[in-house]
Design a protein around this ligand. Sequence first.
Ligand SMILES: O=C(O)CCc1cccc(O)c1
Length: 520
Amino acid sequence: MSNEYDVAIVGYGPSGLVLASALGRAGHKVVVFERWPGLYGLPRLTHIDGETARVIASVGDLDHALRDALPVDHFRFFNAAGELLVELDWRGTSAGHPAHISMYQPDIEEAVDAGARGSGNVEVNQGWSVVGLRPHEDGVELTARPWSQSRTGQWSHADEERTITASYVVGADGANSFVRATLGIERSDNGVDDRWLNIDTQQLRPLPERFSRTTQFCDPARGHMFMPIGRSRQRFEMAVLPGEDAAAYEDPAFAWEWLEKTHGLGPEDLKILRQVVYTFQGRIAESWRQGRVLLAGDAAHTTPPYMGQGACSGMRDGITLGWKLDLVLRGLAGDELLDTYEAERRPHATAITEISTALGKVANTHDPAEAAARDEAFRTGNVPPPPPFPTIVAGVVHHDADGAVSPLAGTLTPQGVVRSGDLEGLFDDVVGRGFSLVATSGLRDALGADDLAFLDKLGGVTASLDEVVDVDGTYAAYFAEHGVEALLGRPDYHLFWAGSLADLPAALGQLRDRLAWTVA
Ligand SMILES: O=C(O)CCc1cccc(O)c1
């Protein structure tokens, strides 16, 4: 069967957008079906990390994406008496960008959408809902119908129908994924079921400085929080307690009364953009791939929001699937490479969900006695420190002879400012993107003809620090800190390997094996 498209993506939120742009820019023919008639246009997600900014820069115009963004320093959790319980330190930089960024989601979606459409290879069908999915041995058939709103506000399918075929389908169609349901894939559920009212607002005049700090108030009577949404918008949230009717919380009169009473803010300060009750859940799909169909974003994992990783995890799925599908579609890697997607991404997303769930327990303790015990535990330091942020622990990461993931493999690759010829800027902009091999010096002498041919086919970039100037010393510092001479990064900015130049040929050999490389 010859398929009309290389990849069909169902859903055009953060993960579908990144995947569409990555594949379109790599020259693959992509079709997108998205139920809603346009980009979402409102800020569901408000935070990204430096790694995600680096991902966005690879698939769209980062300046547009972050045109109203703001670095954030801390996320602080206070108890009802105003004592600090938890402080997440969000200072510093990561991957060449501020480590934590408060952003306006529509700016990011516009930037990545323009990147996808600008590739000339992505057909975006908005206002089309997928109603049928039939996997075959060589491809997948998808049927979609226009999805529109009547004058009375009812959404429904038109009778018109369109059926297409694609070599692969990715269901990035949200928590209630049609694709996941059609495949019969169940989700684990860690039992979180907390409802919070989100009030997203536009600032009409500058707000007091405290509102620019992401702050959670863990009052058992009713938790609440505020956080900036970039520079000119502001989110307020409050817990909807078990048994309460959510509808009352979605009434604008309620929001104004609460904003006035709690924060002294009124319609002269703010305009309400969105007021909706959300249910936070920790649910992970039990399988992320069934043959030629894969799941990404909320279709694969939903997490409580307390690490601000909703957009980051979804975009991580998109960029990871992007390079893996690219190699498989180009015939350079075997189809089994796609199995490593779940092997890598599922433990990572699960770890984020577990940490977020633990933070959520601090914010969602409604019983006063439990809250008092919680406060005492924090006061006396009787609380384990939060686990470190996850890395990739399986799949396409270098393993030692004993079968364990090698030191540094699966962590983030650094990004510094470099100069090559007249060009100076972040590594990705100056040297390029894709697999990246960076070495102290003498890189060319360390590589044989086979290695060079492999890197060339892989579409990787190389930088030897005797040729490319390490302007801000990022790479020299990294090599010195870790006692290595070279690093090999993946297109999703996770490290495959770091070590000595002498070990580089063997590391490249292992990369070929782990990619299921098909070229002799
Ligand atoms: O951007 C996100 O993923 C959600 C923002 C967020 C962060 C922390 C708590 C919260 O209720 C929302």
